[in-house]
Design a protein around this ligand. Sequence first.
Ligand SMILES: [Zn+2]
Length: 176
Amino acid sequence: MLETVVPIVGAALTAVVATLLVYYNARGPRPRLVRQWGQRPVVRVPYGSPISVGLVQSAIDWWTVRGAPMVHQVSIGGHDIPKPGEIVVTLIDQGVPDHAGGMTRWTTLDSTGLMISATVLVPNDVSFLVLIHELGHALGFEHVSGHHVMNARIERVTQNDRGIREAFEASELRLS
Ligand SMILES: [Zn+2]
């Protein structure tokens, strides 16, 4: 009897936990868009960079289909320093990466608080998940708990995009 009941209870518990996890991933906390751009940023990969341009383009595609106000086409060339309106994706050389495995720096205009440029620093073997996570910071998102693209810890970074589209739609700035 017990040999039958234990697996059934175990299976039922597993199903309950799986359901709760699906529910949490769909209904859990949403990331806040804490900074905004004054223009649609273009993402650029400098000349001679070992970062895959194709991977960067895929990451841009991931964001633009979710409503990110950014230029759809990756730009190639130039040096490591971003010009106004640019997000440069380049190799991490120094500094402590965030727990997700990369690092993003940005500059804002003091008078408006709007972002004017950003630098995404990643290792040369960067994964797609780390790239979309760091681009999320470059677009103005902060970390959020639960399995999500903006979770702070690499083992919990997924393609879960809960709240992303709504955050862009709710942003005050309407970029043309
Ligand atoms: Zn992060």
